[in-house]
Design a protein around this ligand. Structure first.
Ligand SMILES: [Zn+2]
Length: 118
């Protein structure tokens, strides 16, 4: 039996982002990720590459929201939605507004805007 060309994702360099299909060679070519999930997918692979690419650029250790994986984002989102609900019920509208903003940020991290242009 031959492997199907269309259904099974081809993984040329061993790792492929299941979210956007980026591979390690795509990352090397473009020098950037295709989506937030990529960071999770390639973190083990690209860390040595990153340290050689960004010599002198120290890692702060703070993980940006976009770099969180979907599970963490989902957990954060449902937690925030619970907090928002509580805040509205107890008429803490300033808190509610803050939670709503955070929820928006998390949702934007789910769906990154294209950088624009070609
Ligand atoms: Zn990706």
């Amino acid at each position: 039996m031959k492997a199907s060309l269309s259904n099974e994702p081809v993984v040329p360099s061993g790792v492929q982002c299941e979210q956007c299909g980026f591979t390690q060679s795509d990352f090397k070519k473009h020098g950037r990720f295709g989506c937030p999930q990529c960071y999770q997918t390639f973190s083990g692979v690209i860390e040595p590459m990153l340290s050689s690419m960004h010599k002198g650029t120290a890692h702060t250790g703070k993980v940006p929201l976009r770099a969180l994986n979907r599970k963490s984002l989902n957990e954060k989102l449902s937690k925030l939605e619970g907090e928002l609900d509580d805040a509205i019920k107890s008429e803490r509208y300033e808190d509610a507004a803050r939670f709503r903003d955070e929820i928006l940020q998390v949702k934007q991290a789910f769906e990154p805007k294209p950088a624009g242009g070609v």
